[in-house]
Design a protein around this ligand. Structure first.
Ligand code: ATP
Length: 286
């Protein structure tokens, strides 16, 4: 039997860092939502006690460094599953881009193996397993839109934001999440975006308020390291995006666009100097 799981990319509508904790993690406040740009995972049971990962993408690890591998091993160990699994990752989300591609693959693996092996693990337990793999994994287990606090693992579900187009663009530069957090001095942050303002914007269904409330304190660090990301933001705004922000630690920049008629202009304008551009919809629930 083969089963399939979709692993969508996430964007941060706001990301604030409150302070660095004693355990070395940062205390964050983030509002995350998903977009319709997704990896696809195919999973099937192997009779041998082994985990095999394959992918058409030549640039991700296929061994125990792969987050899907780690998710499969965690579930096998914790629930004493002696069967093996073959996982094919059809990778569409840009890697190391601030879109949580690896975390979403790990979450999809947890959901998929729960179904494939009929383990009946409740969703809260899947999220707790996910937290062992990475701070963004619990959110990716359920998706939707949520406020994430703590190191990102404490989740409060939120309603769908107003539907819109999302244009994503990633320059060919590598940003290390660890380096960005390492360079951030939380005491020197001058402007903290407000989670409450964004929650009110979402709850009121006001697209313009969502655009106004966008904010990410990691932008200062990444834009200083890579000024071309700032240029990309400016270009997106000039081309007509209603609100523009860097996702996570970058380098992907996304633009929210309400009118479909503007999307192709922005997409084509960006394609002139950026190879990786995507125009997708928000992935709303229900
Ligand atoms: P986040 O937004 O959670 O910080 P990201 O989008 O910046 O994540 P990922 O695409 O998850 O970053 O990749 C980060 C690193 O993880 C890469 O260097 C990659 O080699 C490794 N990795 C491990 N497993 C995967 C996977 N399944 N897909 C993509 N990258 C993976």
């Amino acid at each position: 039997m083969k089963i399939y799981e979709k692993a969508p990319a996430k964007i941060n509508l706001m990301l604030d860092v409150l302070h660095k904790r004693e355990d070395g993690y940062h205390e964050v406040e983030m509002i995350m939502t998903m977009v319709d740009l997704a990896d696809r995972l195919e999973m099937s049971t192997l009779p041998r006690d082994t985990i095999i990962i394959s992918s058409q993408a030549g640039y991700i690890p296929l061994d125990e460094k792969n987050l899907a591998f780690q998710a499969a091993r965690l579930i096998k160990d914790r629930y004493n599953v002696s069967k093996g699994v073959y996982i094919h990752l059809d990778k569409n989300i840009p890697v190391a881009a601030g879109l949580a591609g690896g975390s979403s693959d790990a979450a999809a693996t947890l959901r998929g193996l729960n179904r494939l092996w009929e383990l009946d693990i409740p969703v809260e337990e899947l999220k707790a397993l996910g937290a062992e793999l990475g701070s963004d994994v619990p959110f990716c287990v359920t998706g939707g839109t949520a406020l994430a606090t703590g190191r990102g693992e404490k989740l409060t579900p939120l309603p769908n934001p107003p539907q819109c187009w999302v244009v994503l663009a990633k320059l060919p530069i590598n940003v290390s999440t660890a380096e960005v957090y390492g360079r951030l001095r939380s005491s020197r942050i001058t402007h903290h975006p407000s989670a409450n303002t964004m929650i009110e914007a979402i709850e009121s269904g006001s697209f313009s308020s969502v655009c106004e409330g966008l904010g990410n304190v990691l932008e200062d660090v990444t834009l200083q390291l890579h000024p071309e990301v700032a240029h990309l933001k400016e270009a997106m705004l000039k081309l007509g995006a209603d609100g523009v922000l860097m996702s996570g630690s970058g380098p992907t920049v996304f633009g929210l666009v309400s009118k479909e008629s503007k999307v192709s202009r922005i997409y084509n304008g960006l394609r002139g100097f950026c190879k990786e551009v995507y125009a997708v919809r928000l992935l709303t629930r229900g």
